[in-house]
Design a protein around this ligand. Structure first.
Ligand code: HAM
Length: 424
């Protein structure tokens, strides 16, 4: 048998115990805000038919063209690991009859997979929290969704994200605009880089998204979609801006915001940070009013967004909440171990918030204290021979200068509640 080490797949990260507290903090905070807007959780498969993503995200997008993890299973079916959550959510909604005469506000959380070139903030397995609202066509839900995202950042203490918004209008308005754009870029064909030349006839709107510095002047001179919007989309966008103004949410209209997935129409938005270089989009989404119908459901207006948890972790890393145990329990001998187990269970029953780490595996006092110190616990509880005989426990402070004290085991819950958990 080979003893060569097996490594994780490139771009797929282990999230270690030192990092999980910040993940949990983000997840709990966002979940609580989602619930305060009455969004309900939906859990969806990681694998779907490849066809689903081809037909929703779009055949000529980067994701479908080159980033999906796809394979043929034992039955000969083409499957893909989900690169995002919206397609599966729409598939499930249609299949389970969630959209039939109903308004749905749904959220989901979990890993997504894209075969991109890994770098800081960009991975092949990454995690999103997303939300989707179905059955509502007006700009009021667009505004509510954006307000909800603004609340996420307030709750997380992120105050330097910029909100960018744009309107993509209807498919028909985009088709007309597309012609203007193709004419414009065809007139400047020589100035286009290879990627953009390829996109000129497949997906010319994506040229506007190019990050190539040599193309920026050309792109700035291009006709703008906002000038070619259909009337109802213009009214929708104007109302959205008014609602955001009234709510005091700052935004910048970015006429070049087109998004990398094909299903969008009308409102699109992104929350962007300057701190993560090219991977600065923390949260992104928009309206996709024709998608449900396009893949076989009844016409259902929809809007949603997703945020990348890794990017939030990078932004919040410095303020890691402390998940160290409160208490480390040290015991000596068999009697001590047995009494300690009983005591630990009693404490956990009485104080549900308590994080109590028991020393398992025996050993000398000194080495147990070393472990207690390393655990980050505030206090050590000691059950030595003396304490066991007298049904007592010694409380030793590990982080502050405080005298150690002896208590009756029966008084311990009261003592801990008084001193550490007065709110539970
Ligand atoms: P997206 O813009 O492709 O949209 O992804 C949303 C967010 O996921 C990005 O803004 C970013 O924070 C994060 N993200 C994307 N790719 C990666 C990656 N390779 N590594 C780390 N983070 C990444 C969607 O996925 C749409 N489904 C959003 C949506 C929902 N639109 C409507 N409803």
């Amino acid at each position: 048998m080979s003893s060569q080490k097996i490594q994780a797949i490139r771009g797929m990260n282990d999230i270690l115990p030192t990092q999980t507290p910040i993940w949990q903090h983000i997840e709990t905070t966002i979940r609580q805000v989602l619930h305060s807007y009455a969004y309900q959780e939906i859990r969806l498969p990681l694998l779907e038919a490849t066809e689903l993503f081809n037909r929703t995200i779009g055949e000529v997008t980067d994701i479908v063209e080159k980033e999906m993890f796809s394979f043929t299973d034992r039955n000969g079916d083409r499957l893909s690991l989900r690169p995002e959550g919206t397609a599966g959510c729409v598939r499930a909604g249609i299949e389970q009859g969630l959209f039939y005469n109903q308004i749905q506000r749904l959220w989901y959380m979990g890993p997504m997979f894209r075969h991109e070139r890994p770098q800081k903030g960009r991975y092949r397995q990454f995690h999103q929290i997303g939300a989707e609202a179905y059955g509502l066509a007006g700009p009021d839900i667009d505004a509510e969704i954006i307000l909800m995202t603004a609340r996420f950042w307030r709750q997380l203490g992120l105050n330097d994200l910029e909100l960018q918004i744009n309107s993509l209008g209807t498919a028909a308005a985009r088709a007309a605009y597309r012609e203007h754009l193709v004419n414009y870029f065809s007139d400047h064909h020589k100035q286009l880089d290879a990627d953009s030349q390829r996109r000129l006839h497949t997906n010319p709107l994506r040229i506007l998204d190019s990050k190539n510095p040599d193309m920026q002047t050309l792109i700035e001179g291009a006709p703008q979609l906002l000038e070619h919007l259909d009337e109802p989309s213009q009214t929708h966008f104007a109302m959205l801006k008014q609602l955001l103004d009234q709510a005091g949410v700052n935004y910048r209209v970015n006429p070049r915001l087109v998004r990398g997935l094909d299903y969008y129409n009308r409102t699109v938005f992104e929350w962007v940070t300057q701190k993560l270089g090219a991977q600065g989009t923390v949260c992104a989404g928009g309206r996709y009013d024709t998608l449900v119908e396009q893949i076989g459901g009844r016409a259902t207006p929809a809007i949603g967004f997703a945020m990348g948890i890794e990017r939030l972790v990078l932004l919040l890393d410095a303020e890691m909440p402390n998940n160290a145990p409160h208490i480390y329990l040290i015991t000596v001998g068999d009697e001590g171990m047995q009494q300690g187990f009983r005591l630990a269970e009693t404490l956990r029953d009485a104080i549900p918030k308590l994080r109590l780490l028991t020393h398992c595996g025996g050993g000398r006092f000194k080495s147990q204290f070393k472990r207690a110190d390393k655990s980050g616990a505030k206090i050590a509880l000691v059950l030595g021979e003396d304490e066991v005989a007298k049904q007592q426990v010694t409380v030793k402070y590990l982080r502050e200068k405080q005298p150690q004290l002896s208590l009756a085991q029966s008084d311990l819950v009261h003592y801990l509640k008084e001193n550490f958990f007065s709110d539970s």
